[in-house]
Ligand binder design. Structure first.
Ligand SMILES: NC(=O)c1ccc[n+]([C@@H]2O[C@H](COP(=O)([O-])OP(=O)(O)OC[C@H]3O[C@@H](n4cnc5c(N)ncnc54)[C@H](OP(=O)(O)O)[C@@H]3O)[C@@H](O)[C@H]2O)c1
Length: 342
């Protein structure tokens, strides 16, 4: 293990824990090593939530508590409880790559604090506030080949961007795209209250997550345009949080650049799935969202729901496990990037 990539996780919530678990459920556990977790919660709760997960089930390994550490399948992971980057001795720990999953930081000036405190590189679990706040924004399967030694701060984009960009990319290459409407139906998140409660900046986020479908703001249009600049100004997106624990969908309405049939679109996307196994999947089974819980793909195209209205208006339904698919892409990026910078 001495030459393994040394990884730390900052913010051990839904995505942080899924990242750790994705690693332990993958052969990569022999080459990537999580050495440190920083999370404000106490160690007993960290261990408990690592072991028992209401969405993904019981951890398929052994979780124990040591002195200031979590022991996962016999491997020690130091645990700290700081709320600011400078409070952790990242340099002393020896961190090759920090997986930033707290959701607290979106700007370069904040990411730099981790670098100055000793983290060699950062992979962020959300988009930077602007493209310039990170060195690169990655959707694995689209532009991960750009990862290299020169970058220090990389964003893994958003879960919705990881789901929709590979599909729009295929459609654009095959048919061209005029305009796009995207509606995300996203499962609840920890930034919503279980019953009505105060939120400092968003009135809608004061409302009970489990009682309503709640429209929320989304940066998905900008996220898509970052990867498909040809579509700049032609993408609109909205997002609705729906009262389920996990798995999300995107309703895609796209004006194609040439005539196409639903059959041609499905053939294109089923071939893309065959060409990119692990990233894109395709199914025509009669699904409900729960079928995709713990599914590691970035996107599953539901071919049974593809529709054409007139020769150029296409409507598609995409599924994705917003936690597990995304955490697995962070793992893919960490693995690929580390081979480039080590
Ligand atoms: N959930 C998803 O489906 C999903 C998918 C893709 C990307 N993301 C993104 O990933 C990020 C995290 O989302 P999440 O769903 O994992 O949220 P989460 O469950 O709330 O996890 C965030 C964790 O970070 C901890 N934390 C808060 N302040 C911290 C600090 N200053 N330093 C270190 N840790 C801190 C939180 O502790 P407390 O609870 O004590 O505050 C919490 O345990 C967000 O940016 C989100 O947009 C989420």
């Amino acid at each position: 293990m001495s030459s393994s990539l040394r990884i730390a996780i900052n913010g051990y919530g839904r995505i942080g824990r899924c990242f750790l678990r994705a690693l332990y459920e993958s052969p990569l556990k022999n080459t990537l090593q999580i050495v440190s977790i920083n999370e404000p919660a106490d160690l007993a709760t960290i261990a408990y939530l690592s072991r028992f997960d209401s969405t993904h089930g019981v951890f398929p390994g052994k979780i124990e508590i040591g002195a200031d550490c979590l022991i996962v399948d016999g491997r020690k992971i130091g645990v700290t409880h700081a709320c600011v980057p400078e409070e952790v001795d990242w340099k002393g720990i020896g961190v090759d790559l920090l997986i930033e999953c707290s959701g607290c930081y979106t700007q370069r000036q904040d990411f730099d604090r981790f670098v100055e405190a000793g983290c060699e590189r950062l992979l962020i679990s959300q988009p930077g506030r602007s493209a310039q706040d990170v060195d690169l924004t990655v959707v694995y399967g689209i532009n991960h080949g750009e990862l290299g030694r020169d970058q220090r701060i990389v964003s893994n984009a958003s879960c919705t961007t990881n789901a929709v960009v590979p599909v729009l990319d295929q459609l654009h290459r095959a048919f061209g795209i005029g305009h796009v409407f995207l509606t995300t139906l996203h499962s609840v998140m920890n930034d919503q209250p279980l019953i009505d409660g105060y939120h400092h900046s968003d009135l809608r986020r004061t409302r009970s997550a489990m009682q309503s479908m709640i429209p929320v703001g989304t940066g998905l249009a900008q996220g898509v345009e970052r990867f498909l600049p040809q579509l700049a100004g032609r993408v609109q997106a909205k997002a609705i949080r729906v009262p389920i624990l996990n798995v999300s969908a995107i309703d895609v309405v796209v004006e194609l650049g040439c005539d196409a049939t639903a059959r041609e679109i499905n053939l294109l996307l089923s071939e893309a799935a065959a060409a990119q196994p692990g990233l894109i999947a395709y199914s025509v089974d009669p699904h409900a969202s729960i079928d995709f819980s713990h599914n590691p793909h970035s996107v599953i195209v539901d071919g049974s729901q593809t529709r054409i209205n007139g020769p150029r208006f296409a409507n598609l339904l995409l599924w994705f496990d917003n936690e597990w698919g995304y955490a697995n892409r962070m793992l893919d990026v960490a693995n690929y990037w580390s081979k480039r910078f080590r």
